[in-house]
Design a protein around this ligand. Structure first.
Ligand code: PEP
Length: 249
């Protein structure tokens, strides 16, 4: 039985004092959750967030990382650095990074390999644009992105990867995929993983849905057969809303 992972993506929001206040309040509200609760915070909040989640069931993630260990990469942060400050999860290949920061399937693959090598749990984002959906190539796009992200990994490494299916047209727009469409997309991703790495491996991979998840739709989405929780953007900035998403059941 796969565990649900419910991860907030704060993007470029939240000053350290706001992060601390949020975490202290959230910890109380989700302390009985059976789900894995993760907050992917800006780099500048990591130290305070890790300190303030000690003794709670909230895990801290980053939103990006570089694939090299160290060197002349001004402005970048390595997987080793994240690990050293207590980060457990890292988002890789979010569509905003692909769109605004030239992230490609190749860099996603490099980052994924690096994250796994230091023991970070990667959340790899895949998703189609509205244009691709209208062209009827959604499944081709998302299974292709998944294949390229996982290229060169062994089945036991693939099992440690979390995939977030995030249709780009649903991110931050208030538009959500129907639960049937989201579940079908997730199932197709799992099928592709099964073809390449075996059914056992595919059955173990956590695949989330992301795209305008809120308290009002979390239950119907997360109760679908193949959807293992969610990656939550806007709604993870409000403690009441996010805790209601975590406590959807
Ligand atoms: C995201 O940024 O990963 C996301 C899903 O955003 P939102 O929930 O705001 O659509």
């Amino acid at each position: 039985m796969r565990r649900k992972v419910i991860a907030g993506n704060w993007k470029m929001n939240m000053l350290p004092n706001e992060a601390i206040e949020f975490i202290q309040s959230l910890a109380e509200k989700v302390k009985h959750s059976e789900h894995e609760v993760v907050l992917c915070v800006p780099y500048t909040d990591i130290f305070y967030s890790v300190l303030n989640t000690q003794g709670t069931n909230i895990k801290i993630g980053a939103q990006n990382m570089h694939w090299e260990e160290k060197g002349a990469y001004t402005g970048e942060v390595s997987a080793e650095m994240l690990k050293a400050v207590g980060v457990e999860y890292v988002i890789i290949g979010h569509s905003e990074r692909r769109q605004y920061f030239a992230e490609t399937d190749e860099t996603v693959n490099k980052k994924l390999k690096k994250a796994l090598s230091v023991g970070l749990k990667p959340i790899v984002c895949v998703g189609e644009t509205l244009e691709q959906r209208e062209q009827g190539i959604t499944i081709q796009v998302i299974t292709g992105q998944t294949e390229k992200a996982l290229d060169g990994l062994e089945p036991e490494q693939v099992e440690k990867v979390i995939i977030a299916y995030e249709p780009i047209w649903a991110i931050g727009t208030g538009k959500t995929a129907t639960k049937e469409d989201a579940n079908d997309a997730v199932r197709q991703i799992r099928k592709k993983i099964a073809e390449k790495y075996g059914q056992n491996t595919a059955n173990g991979v956590i695949i989330q849905y992301g795209g305008s998840v809120k308290a009002a739709n979390a239950k119907e989405l997360f109760e679908m057969s193949d959807i293992d929780g969610g990656l939550v953007g806007g709604a993870s900035l409000k403690v009441e809303e996010f805790s209601n998403i975590v406590n959807y059941n």
